[in-house]
Design a protein around this ligand. Structure first.
Ligand SMILES: Nc1ncnc2c1ncn2[C@@H]1O[C@H](COP(=O)(O)OP(=O)(O)OP(=O)(O)O)[C@@H](O)[C@H]1O
Ligand SMILES: [Mg+2]
Length: 470
């Protein structure tokens, strides 16, 4: 009960003090009220809601049921426990109906009460956690908003929303950074599966055997090092959506296994004998031309047909120039707000530069360029120079002379660029960037520290995503 704030309402002084002492000894901060009206006044004036209220049903001043109502009004997360006298079971039922968490019948052992209070507190904690996760998801849902005014983007969004409710497999294609993952998330959020998990697997991030155990799980002892049973992503996504990202990078043997799962809707954990059935909606994505991969013998045609039931193709940014300005302005507002900086506008030269640039990294590159520009620009206007030094600017001049002849690029510089672009590409998830670069997380983390790269998400996610602080 450490740190929990509890209000004890009981007119019998001895009993009230006894309860307060017991809960206090268990680590709670306890406040006391000897009458109903006193408790109600307290609940209404309190700025931070109590975590729990333990109240007698029959009280001077106002009845316990009114204390209950006041507590519920003050905060939905305050758990209310009622103490009822023998024979007042009707009122107890009524109290539960009005939102009490639990009741104990007098006389009771203090230990019993303590147990129920900790259960109520634990429940409250879970409720708050769920609320928090919901809110976070809603925020992310906000981030799912695909911005753009081009017909091509609108068509893609409309198609995604239309097919969301069907169980069909969707293949999302497009160059890197065009928003494939956003579309996959949108499909999930618009489907009836939105309350169930959206599970993502990056097929390029793991070597073959690890990927199979990631997808299908394994039984204990399936291979050296498998010291406990592990549930795979397919099982985790049960009832929800499984997003298979970078599907074009799947090894041929894994392709065969995946095909079998898609056909039979069941699979085995590695080393397992029991078939596991799952209800999973598959959304796959790739920035490779799978048709070419098939022609080259690197991708199974039969798997392609299974995946390519509904195709959503996201055009590169350079083919929808009307989206550039809208997106740029959106990111400008977003990052200015996030960094607590005043709103900004683009200068004409900056706009011209953005429109003429080819954006090989598409929306991701644009987003990163704007983030940097917001950091760099001094005044209210974002100018051409502020957009310079982005990955774009580097790419634009990199063709003609080799970089070392320009005296600009040292090995160290290349390493830094590589680390940065890998991180950017993996949305700053160090684990993914490390496997992209073919180094261990430790090594990447070391490089990050040495170069001095930081990103706001690393502090936000610490503890959840397990990102070491850079
Ligand atoms: N239409 C859009 N509106 C707003 N943000 C977008 C849009 N398209 C892409 N983005 C943003 O650009 C970044 C890259 O998008 P996403 O990760 O979906 O790309 P991708 O197509 O999956 O790329 P890759 O093939 O490299 O994995 C993300 O930060 C995403 O939020
Ligand atoms: Mg992606």
């Amino acid at each position: 009960m450490n740190g929990a704030r509890i209000l004890v309402v009981e007119d019998n002084d001895r009993l009230r003090r006894g309860i307060a002492r017991a809960l206090g000894d268990a680590g709670a901060t306890v406040e006391q009220a000897a009458a109903g009206d006193e408790a109600i006044a307290r609940l209404r004036s309190e700025r931070v809601p109590f975590d729990a209220v333990v109240t007698d049903l029959r009280l001077p001043g106002a009845p316990g049921l009114e204390v209950l109502d006041a507590a519920r009004e003050a905060s939905a997360t305050t758990a209310v426990l009622l103490m009822t006298a023998y024979g007042s079971i009707d009122s107890a039922v009524e109290a539960m109906r009005r939102g009490a968490f639990d009741f104990v019948q007098k006389p009771f052992e203090l230990e019993q009460l303590e147990l129920r209070v900790s259960r109520a507190l634990e429940h409250g904690r879970l409720v708050r956690e769920v609320d928090h996760l919901r809110a976070e998801r809603a925020e992310r849902l906000g981030a799912h908003n695909l911005i753009g005014s081009s017909d091509a983007l609108r068509d893609a969004v409309e198609l995604a929303q239309r097919v969301a409710s069907s169980p069909s497999t969707v293949l999302v294609t497009g160059e890197t950074g065009t928003g494939k993952e956003l579309v996959a998330g949108l499909i999930h959020e618009c489907s009836e599966r939105s309350q169930a998990p959206f599970v993502k697997v990056n097929c390029a991030a793991l070597p073959e055997t690890l990927l199979e155990s990631e997808l299908f799980g394994h039984e204990r002892g399936a291979f050296t090092g498998a010291d406990r049973t592990r549930v795979g992503r397919f099982e985790q996504a049960h009832g929800g959506t499984l997003f298979l990202d970078e599907i074009g990078d799947l090894a041929t043997t894994t392709q065969a296994k995946l095909l079998r799962v898609l056909q039979e809707r069941e699979f085995h954990r590695l080393g397992g004998t029991r078939p596991i059935e799952v209800d999973v909606r598959i959304v796959a994505a790739t920035n490779q031309a799978l048709e070419d991969e098939i022609a080259a013998g690197r991708f199974r045609e039969d798997l392609y047909f299974r995946l390519n039931v509904i195709r959503i193709q996201l055009p590169p940014l350079r083919e929808r120039p009307e989206d550039i300005e809208v997106l740029a302005q959106h990111f400008l507002d977003h990052f200015a707000a996030e960094m607590g900086r005043p709103a900004r506008v683009f200068g004409d030269a900056a706009l011209r530069l953005m429109r003429s640039y080819a954006w090989p990294g598409n929306v991701r590159e644009l987003r990163n360029a704007i983030e940097r520009a917001v950091l760099l620009s001094e005044g209210e206007r974002v100018d051409e120079v502020d957009l310079d030094g982005g990955p774009g600017a580097g790419a634009a001049v990199a063709e003609a002379t080799p970089p070392w002849e320009r005296g600009e690029w040292t090995l160290e510089r290349v390493e830094e660029q590589l680390v940065r672009s890998a991180l950017e590409h993996c949305d700053w998830v160090q684990k993914d960037a490390a496997s992209r670069l073919g180094v261990s997380r430790r090594k990447l983390n070391y490089m990050i520290r040495r170069i001095g790269i930081t990103h706001p998400s690393w502090r936000r996610n610490r503890g959840q995503g397990g990102e070491p602080e850079a």
